[in-house]
Design a protein around this ligand. Structure first.
Ligand code: NAP
Length: 289
């Protein structure tokens, strides 16, 4: 029997609707709309498209988009000054510095300078540390989107065997912490894993985030498993995931397609994070003393 195909576009649309309602309430409470600052440096065309989509998504749900596009020749110190200015700004609830940055800039130093309470990409070491320790904080968007997709498919990770393929700071590691926090028994695989197929076949929840087209074949999937394919690989056959979808759909219980699975969730969760950051700042402002 073929698997249920999880519709990421529909789940993302429902998250955006939820966020729209929260933005309305927050705007009344704050006396201004929540604000997301985006910083785009250089002329990478893909980055320009990503930032434009994020800004449009903000406007659609009522979040104010505050955009900065410094010259590509900006120095490290000047960019650090801009980040500090945004950290201080009362109008700015979330800060997103689009990566990659030009060669003269040390990206880690810029990301690390972002106020963790405005870190809507969840990429600062403080955010990563909070997540790893199971403390409240802002969580990277794609991993959070994966958890929303699991919830939408009615999959409770508690007590289940979960396997993640990939250990990046952007996807694999945060997904590990989120699944562990949701009480799954979690295994993380990488390029040195000895028998990837054997480990994957244990998974009731399988997350593929390796960036290798069709790395996960049908015979690596446990019958009835929920398979989340994070891979977005541009090939001669178009956009392809890390999972061989045609084979996997025959074995899995539920599976995300590429495109139309994880992809649409990322911007939706950015909006949700901006609301979370704005609410957190409101709580701090309202605290006695
Ligand atoms: P990354 O930083 O390149 O990390 C890839 C991970 O996969 C590494 O941990 C690597 O292991 C592991 N890996 C590579 N080949 C492997 C193999 N043959 N067997 C087992 N493990 C292997 O990639 P990323 O940033 O996490 O992204 C992963 C994929 O998700 C990419 O296709 C990316 O485009 C996609 N992505 C999509 C979204 C979205 O919104 N849909 C967002 C983010 C990323 P080592 O650590 O040993 O090298």
């Amino acid at each position: 029997m073929a698997a249920t195909v999880i519709d990421g576009k529909a789940v993302a649309a429902s998250v955006r609707e939820r966020v729209r309602g929260e933005v309305e309430e927050l705007t009344a409470e704050l006396g201004r709309p929540p604000g997301l600052a985006t910083v785009l440096v250089g002329d990478d065309p893909a980055s320009a498209i990503y930032v434009r989509r994020k800004r449009e998504a903000c406007e659609e749900v009522g979040i104010r988009s505050i955009h900065h596009e410094p010259d590509g020749s900006i120095s490290q110190d000047e960019l650090l000054d801009l980040v500090r200015e945004l950290n201080e700004s009362a109008e700015v609830d979330g800060i997103l510095v689009q990566l990659p940055l030009p060669d003269q800039i040390d990206s880690a130093a810029i990301v690390n300078a972002i106020d963790p309470d405005k870190d809507v990409d969840g990429l600062t070491p403080i955010s990563a540390g909070r997540l790893a320790r199971g403390e409240p904080g802002l969580v990277p968007c794609t991993p959070q989107g994966i958890m929303e997709l699991l919830a939408s498919a009615g999959v409770d990770p508690s007590g289940k065997e979960a396997v993640i393929v990939g250990r990046s700071n952007l996807v694999g590691r945060p997904v590990f912490s989120l699944l562990l926090g949701a009480n799954a028994t979690v295994t993380i695989c990488h390029s040195r894993t000895r028998d990837l197929g054997e480990v994957c076949r244990r998974a009731e929840i399988l997350i593929a985030a390796a960036g290798q087209p069709k790395l996960v074949t049908g015979d690596m999937i446990r019958p009835g498993a929920t398979v989340i394919d994070v891979g977005t690989n541009r090939t001669d056959d178009g956009l392809v995931g890390d999972v061989d979808f045609d084979a996997a759909v025959e074995v899995a219980g539920a599976i995300t397609p590429v495109p139309g699975g994880v992809g649409p969730m990322t911007i939706a969760m950015l909006l949700a994070n901006t609301v979370q950051a704005a609410r957190g700042r409101l709580t701090v402002a309202a605290a006695p003393g």
